[in-house]
Design a protein around this ligand. Structure first.
Ligand code: FES
Length: 95
């Protein structure tokens, strides 16, 4: 299973539209016909608050920062279709 963990219950990410990010990820998963293999899981703080909204993709522990709803289609395409991380959004130090 491909999992996009989104911080929607931390202190800062929700103020930066992380709930909209979660919704945009869900829409992109549908668009790429990946409902059977990819999910969005809304989380409490993922300890990357300074660069939120935060998305962590598993497997691989790819940590994304400053994710906006407009980025989500490209993010889902990278992992679901191209099977590679989206380098431009990776948080510093992320794999
Ligand atoms: S509040 Fe989102 S990572 Fe901490």
């Amino acid at each position: 299973m491909l999992i996009f963990h989104v911080c929607t219950r931390g202190r800062t990410c929700p103020k930066r539209r992380s709930c909209d990010v979660a919704e945009a990820l869900r829409e992109a998963i549908v668009e790429f016909d990946a409902v059977a293999k990819a999910v969005v899981v809304e989380e409490a703080c993922l300890c990357l608050c300074r660069t939120g909204p935060t998305v962590v993709f598993m497997p691989g522990n790819h940590q994304y920062g400053h994710v906006q709803p407009a980025d989500c289609r490209e993010l889902v395409e990278s992992h679901v279709r191209l099977q590679q991380p989206l380098r431009r959004l990776l948080a510093v130090g992320s794999a």
